[in-house]
Ligand binder design. Structure first.
Ligand SMILES: *[C@@H]1O[C@H](CO)[C@@H](O)[C@H](O)[C@H]1NC(C)=O
Ligand SMILES: *[C@@H]1O[C@H](CO)[C@@H](O)[C@H](O)[C@H]1NC(C)=O
Ligand SMILES: *[C@@H]1O[C@H](CO)[C@@H](O)[C@H](O)[C@H]1NC(C)=O
Length: 442
């Protein structure tokens, strides 16, 4: 595993070639396509949780705080301030470093354990996101768990949903140990962790389109199939159980796809031999979000009093550089400064659609109440971090066997090292939770 040969053998390569010509102006970062095909298929090979690897967390032996305890009321009466726009800012140097490491966290996927896999430079760990007009507080695990008490938080979507949840669990595990209480058979696509200290559940649902469909695979068709008007029941049937939902989607939409509505094909993306109308993926992305958010609102409304909070994470750009057919790399070791990179092209368009659909859904939800929606806008802060990906260190010691010039090795320039810049997404997530908590009290 882990060589470029895997994707070169992939039968979809001729279509990716055509795809490049078809969509060059639609998809600027085409260099990463070949790697997408390979990388996005790796999502099931996650690690399992090893409680034995965790050092004893400082507070885990404490019984859950009774709701009348002084510290609880202090927490409850805290006034949180929120008027900050986190979307734009700069990465600034920060000595304090991450809250956790691979020794203290047992939930990190092997391919994101960059340091254990031999990544030599550690500078990428010492940056903090500084929004233009405010400061983003460092992650506070106890505050997060307090706000998650008696709740079920579900991460639904693609492998970046998993990446973000794993980061969150690592930070929370510094104060309380989670138990892996559910894992789907033979893969890690569906998992649930339980924090007995706070009666809080965290679930992971693999559903890269959010709607019903079948992902492309090496064994099956080279294209995705998506039913744009039907949510994926694998997660939707558990909707009543969720208090908070975080959705992540985007990268799978770049791959060849066939789109259905009302059971019939309405077009396809880069599947020339199927003779469908060629479409781009922007409309399908919009429809998928609309279907998903509408279904959540409608199902909650039909249930009456239950509430749910929904967060849509915006597109997180990858950073492949180099020839698309020679597996690009991401070798930078420092963030870009904010002036160096603008969110533009395909990335800007995806982000815009995601924000518009959340705004749309907010209007719909406001008629009935019970559903709060928010955007977790990570596009710019992620774009500025070409240094935060595993790159070749998605595999252990990728250059160990080379003598002289290393063979081309597969790079991961889509997911994020843990610890790493994705920890910031959860700092913003916590801030959204605080804001909601404050609104609830008003
Ligand atoms: C990981 O963190 C723990 C606790 O802060 C520390 O004792 C340990 O030395 C760290 N390990 C590594 C490999 O940095
Ligand atoms: C979390 O899951 C456990 C079962 O694993 C259940 O007993 C508990 O009630 C759940 N709590 C919440 C808040 O969903
Ligand atoms: C697509 O159209 C071509 C030319 O009309 C035809 O030869 C081919 O069989 C069609 N393919 C499918 C899958 O319908």
């Amino acid at each position: 595993m882990g060589s470029t040969h895997l994707f070169l053998k992939d039968k979809s390569v001729p279509f990716t070639k055509r795809f490049v010509f078809f969509s060059f102006y639609v998809l600027l970062p085409v260099t990463l396509l070949s790697a997408y095909l390979y990388l996005l298929s790796l999502t099931t090979q996650s690690t399992t949780y090893h409680p034995s690897l965790s050092s004893p967390p400082p507070f885990s032996s404490h019984p859950p705080l009774p709701s009348s305890s002084p510290s609880f009321s202090t927490e409850k009466d805290k006034v949180y301030h929120h008027s900050c726009d986190y979307s734009n800012g700069d990465w600034v140097h920060d000595e304090s470093g991450p809250l956790y490491n691979v020794t203290t966290c047992g939930t990190i996927k092997e391919s994101e354990k960059c340091i254990s896999n031999g990544r030599p430079d550690l500078g990428y760990l010492y940056w903090r996101w500084k929004p233009n007009e405010c400061s983003l507080p460092r992650f506070e695990p106890l505050t997060f768990l307090h706000l998650a008490r008696n709740k079920h938080i579900a991460f639904i979507g693609d492998s970046l949903a998993r990446n973000q949840l794993e980061s969150l669990l690592c930070m929370l595990a510094t104060v309380s140990t989670p138990n892996l209480v559910y894992k789907s058979a033979n893969d890690n696509k569906f998992r649930r962790w339980y924090f007995p200290s706070h009666n809080a559940n965290f679930s992971l649902y693999w559903s890269p389109f959010l709607v019903q469909g079948v992902e492309r695979s090496n064994e099956g068709p080279y294209y995705n199939t998506m039913h744009l008007d039907h949510v994926n029941e694998r997660w939707a049937r558990d909707l009543d159980w969720f208090d908070t939902i975080v959705v992540s989607l985007g990268h799978w939409f770049l791959l060849p796809s066939v789109y259905y509505e009302a059971g019939s094909v309405i077009g396809s993306l880069n599947c020339p031999h199927l003779n469908h109308t060629q479409m781009d993926f922007y409309l399908p992305l919009r429809k998928v979000l609309r279907t998903t958010l509408s279904s959540i609102i409608e199902r909650k409304r039909s249930k009456g009093k239950s509430e749910v909070d929904v967060i849509v994470k915006t597109f997180s750009p990858g950073h492949f550089e180099g020839d698309w057919n020679k597996a690009g790399t991401c070798l930078k070791t420092k963030p870009y400064k904010k002036e160096e990179k603008e969110v533009e092209g395909m990335e800007a368009e995806m982000r815009k659609i995601e924000i518009e659909e959340v705004e749309n859904a907010k209007k719909k939800a406001s008629e009935f109440g019970g559903v709060r929606l928010e955007v977790l806008d990570v596009t710019k802060l992620a774009l500025l971090r070409p240094d935060g990906h595993p790159g070749p260190y998605m595999n252990p010691f990728p250059f160990a066997n080379g003598n002289g010039v290393p063979e081309p090795v597969q790079n991961d320039c889509v997911h994020w090292c843990l610890p790493g810049p994705i920890d910031t997404w959860n700092e913003i997530f916590l801030d959204i939770m605080k804001k909601w908590e404050q609104h609830r009290k008003i």
